[in-house]
Write a protein that binds this ligand. Structure first.
Ligand code: KG4
Ligand code: ZN
Length: 397
């Protein structure tokens, strides 16, 4: 079964073609990172407008790189929750229109669940990534050609670059029960899956998501958006134990809180540069030297990652899952991968970086597994749900 996935929930416009929930035929991601970096974060109106400009060329390119036509596509899956309402609408309306036009079943899916299903992609077509000419000849309104080749991948050193041709994929699909640590710019959750779509939330963040904390601390340090890769990159030169930062103590061992950690970093920076808490925070980066900046990045990353890893390890001991997966943008973090490998009682295989950050291959993979158990949703009733929790989307009941 060949599924076209469409993803536009935040600042990446993506389309991908995946066969049987495991074989990647194409994976096109048009990132708006450069646009939003100017503003220091995602601007919702700018994001929606940019999705509109590139969505059609991105979808066309995904079909072309996969070497398929509409006749080969068995179904469409689209992320319809959660995310920015204007951004979600663009992908959902495109998916609805294409499903209607080509008479294809449509499966709306949850974005965070999708991140977790990126781990089910274990094969790729030989020709993947070999296409070099973007299929954007009929650019939309502006007449300019959108850059649909800006697929990005977070490199091991945390910087962002072009995705390589071949991905290093896990050797086999995860088995159940499966423990998933989903960590993105909006979510930090530990989820226990008993089977496809059969899961329960063990815990989640009570305030900021971990990716959001990386983004906010990056700002304090004068680092660019997105903060995760920027912090990870300079943390490699810093001392993770230079600044003692507290780990939040919560009632549930599986819940997280990153807001206190973020404030602790702020107070520690203020102390280090000799100003009080009334000092304008946007002027702080200018008072830090490179060594202090790297040490703050490393110390923050160390504590944030330890928080996630401690909860994951505890859940492994309590629930004895057959597999552990990590998912979401922050799952690209090398320190997270390192600490997990060190502390888990068995080896873990990680999804490649470019399938951790937002993409549509994960949406197509999830769409396949939903299609095995669920009827498609009537096209007219597929709407967007900007703040739908994963706890409300258990589907294999
Ligand atoms: O999943 P994602 O691409 O988009 C959302 O669904 O939110 O996650 C983006 C988040 C951002 O907050 C970004 O700073 C964080 O993931 N991120 C990282 C890394 N790469 C991206 N956080 C920590 N370390 C990284 N290497
Ligand atoms: Zn995401």
């Amino acid at each position: 079964m060949i599924i076209l996935g469409i993803e536009s929930s935040c600042d990446e416009t993506a389309a991908a073609v995946v066969q049987d929930g495991r074989r990647l035929l194409s994976n096109v991601v048009n990132s708006q990172v450069d646009i939003h970096a100017e503003y220091g974060g995602v601007v919702p109106e700018v994001a929606a407008r940019s999705h509109i400009e590139v969505i059609n060329p991105v979808i066309r390119q995904a079909l072309r790189e996969a070497g398929v036509t509409w006749d080969d596509i068995d179904a469409i899956a689209v992320a319809n929750a959660p995310g920015l309402v204007g951004s979600l609408l663009v992908g959902v309306l495109a998916a609805r229109m294409l499903a209607e036009l080509h008479d294809k079943p449509l499966y709306p899916v949850h974005h965070v669940e999708g991140h977790i299903y990126a781990n089910f992609i274990t094969e790729q077509s030989d020709s993947l990534g070999s296409s070099r000419s973007p299929d954007v000849s009929s650019g939309p309104s502006s007449g300019t050609q959108p850059e649909t080749q800006s697929r990005h991948e977070v490199r091991p050193d945390g910087t962002i670059g072009r995705a390589g041709d071949a991905l290093k994929l896990p050797s086999r699909q995860p088995t159940f029960p499966m423990l998933a640590l989903a960590v993105s710019g909006l979510h930090s959750q530990l989820v226990l899956f008993e089977g496809h779509g059969d899961y329960r939330l063990l815990g989640e963040t009570l305030d900021d998501a971990v990716g959001e904390a990386f983004d906010k601390v990056a700002r304090m340090l004068g680092l660019p958006y997105p903060g995760g890769p920027a912090i990870a990159a300079i943390a490699t030169q810093g001392d993770p134990l230079r600044y003692a930062l507290p780990k939040a103590k919560l009632k549930s061992p599986y819940d997280f809180s990153f807001s206190g950690l973020k404030t602790a970093v702020l107070r520690s920076i203020q102390r280090e540069v000799g100003v009080d808490h009334t000092f304008a925070s946007h002027k702080l980066p200018g008072l830090l030297n490179d060594v202090q900046r790297a040490d703050f990045a490393a110390s923050f990353q160390h504590t944030a990652v330890k928080t996630l890893v401690d909860a994951t390890v505890k859940a492994v001991h309590e629930h004895s899952p057959a597999s552990v997966v990590i998912a979401g943008g922050a799952a690209a973090n090398q320190e997270l991968r390192r600490q997990l490998s060190e502390k888990l009682p068995f080896p873990v295989e990680y999804a490649p970086m470019s399938l951790c950050t937002d993409n549509a291959a994960m949406i197509a993979a999830l769409g396949y597994f939903r299609a095995q158990t669920l009827d498609p949703t009537p096209v007219d009733s597929v709407s967007v749900h900007p703040s739908l929790s994963m706890a409300q989307t258990v589907w294999n009941v």
